[in-house]
Design a protein around this ligand. Structure first.
Ligand SMILES: *Cc1c(COP(=O)(O)O)cnc(C)c1O
Length: 221
């Protein structure tokens, strides 16, 4: 199946209220172009340099999301155009996004990444760190970032019950944050190619899908 067919088939299967972020990392501009030609406008990349390079050559109506770990010293390169940062995992990073957004004359939408997997290697805040961040005076004073919701990545395991539990606990935490601290949040970014169906059943409103659309990534090129 072609990129277009894969994309249209996944989109047709999504319930209302679930947004698809097409993850184009490692894939060439020609592949993104095929997806764009279906009318899809939301794309995600995990590396700043690649995101900037693709932003520069692709049509300007695309909404670019940064989904991967972000270093503070690279925020300045994406602040002028990025539409959603999924991977905010520290107050220090949020402060830098706020500063660079102000410099660019923008407000930048952000998600707080919550650590939900068993793997130590994955990034993200604990529940307590997340609550401390949103209650901090530093955050309350920021005028150029808007927290739109939470993001999480489940463990990379074939154990579907474990994946479901991780998503379920993130949805519970999302509801708690919304009820007690940030009533305006609406985005719960969870689910990728291998697990987005489970994520949607557990309350995801935004899925990030790459390989099911473009095929497997080849990191050797
Ligand atoms: C690569 C990536 C995805 C998409 O992964 P696929 O398995 O290709 O769908 C989703 N989220 C993040 C944070 C990623 O880095």
């Amino acid at each position: 199946m072609s990129v277009k067919d894969n994309l249209l088939q996944i989109k047709a299967s999504l319930p209302p209220g679930v947004t698809l972020v097409v993850v184009s990392k490692t894939h060439p501009v020609s592949a993104i172009q095929q997806a764009y030609e279906t009318g899809h406008l939301i794309f995600g990349e995990n590396k700043v340099q690649e995101l900037v390079a693709k932003y520069e050559v692709m049509p300007k109506d695309i909404e670019w999301h940064l989904i991967g770990h972000l270093q503070t010293n690279k925020v300045k390169y994406i602040a002028p155009f990025v539409s959603l940062i999924h991977s905010v995992d520290s107050l220090k990073l949020l402060e830098e996004i706020n500063k660079q957004a102000a410099r660019a004359g923008r407000k930048i939408d952000c998600l707080l990444q919550i650590h939900i997997a068993q793997e130590e290697t994955k990034f993200g805040l604990s529940h307590q760190e997340c609550i401390d961040l949103i209650q901090s005076q530093n955050y309350i004073k920021m005028n150029n970032v808007v927290i739109r919701g939470l993001m999480g990545m489940a463990s990379n395991t074939a154990d579907a019950a474990q994946v479901r539990n991780e998503f379920r606990s993130l949805k519970q935490f999302f509801d708690e944050v919304k009820r007690h601290f940030l009533p305006e949040i609406s985005i719960l970014s969870m689910g990728m190619s291998s697990d987005y169906e489970i994520a949607i059943e557990e309350g995801s409103t935004m899925i990030r899908v790459g390989s099911s659309i473009f095929g497997a990534r080849d990191y050797s090129v």
